[in-house]
Ligand binder design. Structure first.
Ligand code: UT7
Length: 367
């Protein structure tokens, strides 16, 4: 049975930075409160033209370049997002088109902030069963488009960004060793966007009531998060037959420094064993774990053979954890610079659209 190795990783965040002081000019808050209650100093906010698909594609190109494979080598693209471009088509398909990944099936996965862990686990299962060899897993969010910028309980927390992993089959032992996935829909109302789906389609009433914005019971989510982080970490380690002392790094969902601190105390681990970068990005939901992984690698906190736990929680409620034996890039078949592929992908998409118009014209003439 092949092992599922993470062979490439990449991230992308919008250029625009919004500091706590910037926020204090639009809502009744201040830098001190935000730092003390969440640990966040600033976040990146998408500008016009930056979307979940554009950030996701940029992160994906970086991950492909790191893995040294072409978009056409991909069999599957799984995009985890809670801020898709549309209800349908899937954001994964828009990214597939931007990459020119002509041989890949593509679908979205919705498990909120835990989504990247669920998606990675699905990718690993597809590789173990032999149904795919090279998979792109993306976590991407433009939460700023769904935040009520008059609600200080939520708008201070979230940021935009994307991260991506390439997961590939290899006979060498290592990579994704085990994962746990949990859900509890009875807590769904604690964190939601109430309207815009089939239960409450968009109407003047839903818009006026602010039901298309993120609604959150912060205290309930906090209580839930501190309960499940430790439990999920231990479960994934146990499933992978790891002793807790063997874990070299924990990469948690970057929601709140106090939640990570509580997890560290619960596990009796020093805080240094946790990758933390939420001060720069805020909570980027499903993108937070891959972004933190990229930065952990850049800060030389990851080396081949390290036993790493990714752990997250979020709306649903969902929570989960994944044990990853860090592979480092494995020898790739060919070297590519992902940027070279962008014009080709754009041309491919353009030609496909022209071809479709041409085919439509011909079929009208035939009938
Ligand atoms: O990916 C999952 C996403 N969600 C989360 O992870 C959220 C988890 N929850 C949290 O991170 C925390 O609950 C928050 C950061 C959201 C809030 O921190 P808290 O320590 O639980 O604050 P609180 O809601 O208990 O509010 C304490 C006080 C309240 O004032 P009173 O009622 O004590 O007078 C709030 O009105 O702080 C006030 N407050 C603020 N003050 C200044 C709430 N938000 C703000 C603010 N600035 N932005």
């Amino acid at each position: 049975m092949p092992y599922a190795h993470v062979t490439g990783w990449g991230m992308s965040v919008p250029h625009k930075v919004m500091t706590n002081d910037d926020l204090s000019k639009i809502v009744d808050t201040n830098d001190k409160w935000i730092r003390e209650h969440s640990g966040i100093h600033e976040r990146h906010i998408a500008s016009e033209g930056e979307t979940s698909a554009s950030l996701g594609a940029a992160a994906a190109f970086n991950a492909l370049g790191m893995a040294g494979i072409l978009p056409t080598d991909l069999d599957l693209i799984i995009c985890s997002t809670s801020t898709p471009e549309h209800i349908f088509p899937a954001t994964a398909c828009l990214i597939q088109d931007k990459l020119g990944a002509s041989n890949a099936g593509a679908f979205d996965l919705s498990a909120a902030c835990t989504g990247f862990i669920f998606a990675l686990n699905m990718a690993a299962q597809s590789i173990r069963t032999g149904s795919a060899k090279s998979i792109l897993v993306i976590g991407t969010e433009t939460l700023s488009r769904f935040v009520d910028w008059t609600d200080r309980n939520t708008c201070i927390l979230f940021g935009d960004g994307a991260g991506a992993f390439v997961v590939q089959a290899n006979e060498k032992p290592g990579g994704i060793m085990g994962a746990v996935m949990h859900s509890d829909g009875s807590g769904g109302e604690f964190l939601s966007i109430p309207a815009g789906g089939s239960a409450q389609p968009a109407s003047e009433v839903t818009v006026n009531a602010g039901l298309h914005f993120i609604h959150m019971n912060g205290r309930e989510v906090f209580r839930f998060a501190t309960r499940v982080m430790v439990q999920a970490t231990l479960e994934a380690a146990k499933k992978s037959h790891w002793e807790t002392e063997e874990i070299s790094l924990i990469i948690p969902h970057q929601a709140n420094l106090r939640i990570i601190d509580a997890a560290a105390r619960g596990l009796k681990f020093p805080l240094e064993k946790f990758m933390i970068n939420l001060e720069k990005y805020g909570n980027t939901s499903t993108a937070s774990i891959p972004i933190a992984t990229v930065e952990a690698f850049n800060q030389k906190k990851l080396k081949a053979g390290d036993k790493v736990i990714l752990v997250g929680f979020g709306a649903g409620l969902t929570w989960g954890s994944l044990a990853l034996e860090w592979s480092g890039p494995l020898p790739s078949t060919h070297y590519i610079k992902a940027d070279w592929f962008k014009p080709w992908a754009r041309l491919r998409s353009f030609l496909l659209r022209i071809l479709r118009i041409f085919e439509g014209f011909l079929s009208r003439n035939e009938s």
